[in-house]
Design a protein around this ligand. Sequence first.
Ligand code: KMT
Ligand code: NI
Length: 176
Amino acid sequence: PRETLADLGIAYWKLDAEAFNYPVKSIPWDPSDAVDPDLVKIRDERGYSYADIITVHPDHLPEFDDKIKAFFTEHIHDAEEIRYILGGSGYFDVRDKQDKWIRIHIKAGDLMTLPEGIYHRFTCDSDEYIHAMRLFKGVPVWTPINRPCEDHESRTSFVEKYLTTTTTTATSSQDL
Ligand code: KMT
Ligand code: NI
């Protein structure tokens, strides 16, 4: 449910990806070339200054098997992860407050951000095809930091911000 994702610092928008033309691949893609007013708004509000466009598919991504393996290894990043799905679909799994996986089936038009320090992983679905724009604030760093990494400052600040609760009401029903 949407509330749970927002509680983990995950933001989500639905855009009309089919109404605009995006290349199959562009590394980088200049975010100032955005025409979609919804994308322009999110770009400017959140300060996204870098973008690229990739297609994850056995025929389009060099070393597909190795990349898929890395994507599906549970990890964090030391910055926000922002994905705008232009075509196809896939699964993002994120850990909830009880450290259980929540599976998000992401598809064309979905723009989702994962906060710095959240445990997550990605996999294709049975179509093995996803066309995505990756956005970033500043100079992009895609390097995953694999779990275990609980002492990494991105993880400790995530825990502090989203998992350390000061009110008892939110979790009390599950604690009973
Ligand atoms: C990631 O971070 O796992 C990826 O970049 C996967 C491809 S984008 C949907
Ligand atoms: Ni990631």
